[in-house]
Design a protein around this ligand. Structure first.
Ligand SMILES: [Cu+2]
Length: 376
């Protein structure tokens, strides 16, 4: 009896706590911030209560029969077979229930797939292991990788405690920025393996498949920061390609977009100018930390037998052209992907210069962005 009391007390405390901590830890799915997500939530609640009602009726009848028609009371089972009425009842009622549930479910599905009359389009491409975002018709495109702090804290032997990193593994360097209240068509694809784009607050999740374009849309009602993750097991660093969407007012979004276009233009200009090797090295370190460290490691030591070291590497300390070729085009059939399409001229020149003159290497030469541009 005492045990039972404890159990109930424990249950009561848990219920109470779950009420208190509701904001961070709810048992239910989030209501979300879009019309779609609210429709999905309502549908979920409707079906839940239909299931609860069926459960109460079925188990109620069972428990009632077990208590009031038990053998010790002298109950004798009724003997009837092939009862038309019973068979009709247990066929027609579930059928009607299914149809009643299918009508709202289909309505929501059709709404979710209707990408017509969108105000703008963003193309989302999944990569191992980051996201690429392209604002169609705006000449704005960038990559979105795990933020440097999470990335450093997650490394084996890192001296940063993950508990001290805000939004650990849920933050990126360049979030997707969207305007509030606008219908955004989202095109999804991937460049290597299957990924899936999932922001729970938007109420949907969709696969990004190489060679296919999937469509979805979102219209966010409130400005804010919404976080999600890749939801398809896509390789070793699947858990390290989060999604962050920053939703801004329309004016702020326009200002941001203009700024991005300005940045793209100045990056093109910078690509023509020669840069100081020291500046290249500094930039290169950032590029290396964001794109190469997962395999070649922080100090360039690599992982013996899996990923070669950059420190003392014959390529990174040898002929500069083979080094450039390796980084731009990768090596087919290995995990070394070509970075030609993922990094700008400046970034490529910087990371190559960095690898040759840092991480324990001292070749003393440098690559300029113009050389990279000429090789495209
Ligand atoms: Cu993925």
């Amino acid at each position: 009896m005492n045990k039972l009391k404890q159990l109930f007390a424990g249950g009561a405390v848990l219920t109470f706590m779950s009420g208190v901590a509701h904001a961070e830890y709810g048992l239910n799915m989030p209501v979300g911030v879009t019309e779609t997500s609210r429709q999905v939530y309502d549908l979920h609640m409707l079906i839940l209560w239909v299931c609860v009602a069926i459960g109460v009726v079925v188990f109620g009848a069972m428990v009632y029969s077990m208590i009031y028609h038990r053998k010790s009371r002298g109950a004798v089972a009724a003997q009837f077979h092939e009862s038309m009425t019973a068979e009709l009842v247990w066929t027609v009622i579930p059928f009607v229930i299914l149809v009643v549930m299918a009508i709202p479910a289909t309505t929501v599905l059709i709404d979710m797939h209707d990408t017509s009359e969108a105000d703008m389009t963003v193309k989302v491409t999944g990569y191992q292991w980051k996201w690429g975002y392209e604002y169609i018709g705006e000449d704005v495109a960038f990559f979105s990788s795990l933020d440097a702090k999470s990335n450093e804290a997650r490394q084996v032997g890192s001296d940063i405690d993950p508990a001290t990193v805000e939004n650990y593994l849920l933050d990126v360097d360049h979030p997707l920025v969207l305007p509030v209240g606008k219908k955004v068509r989202i095109l999804l694809t991937a460049a290597d393996v299957i990924h899936a784009w999932w922001v729970p607050d938007f109420g949907w999740k969709k696969d990004a498949i190489p060679g296919f374009i999937n469509e979805a849309w979102v219209r966010v009602d409130e400005p804010g920061v919404y976080r999600g993750q890749c939801a398809e097991l896509c390789g070793r660093d699947h858990g390290f390609m989060p999604i962050v969407v920053v939703v801004k007012s329309v004016e702020d979004y326009e200002a941001w977009l203009a700024e991005q276009k300005g940045a793209a233009a100045s990056a093109k200009l910078a690509a023509i100018e020669d840069l100081d090797p020291r500046e290249l090295k500094q930039k290169g370190k950032k590029v290396y930390r964001a794109n190469c460290v997962a395999c070649h490691q922080k100090k360039g030591e690599g992982i013996p037998g899996v990923f070669p070291a950059i420190t003392g590497s014959a390529i990174a300390t040898g002929d500069i052209n083979s080094h450039i070729n390796m980084v731009m085009n990768g090596k087919i059939g290995t995990a070394m992907a070509g970075f030609k399409d993922q990094l700008s001229d400046v970034e490529l020149a910087a990371v190559i210069t960095y690898q040759r003159n840092s991480l324990g290497n001292k070749v003393g030469d440098a690559v300029q962005p113009a050389q990279i541009a000429a090789l495209r």
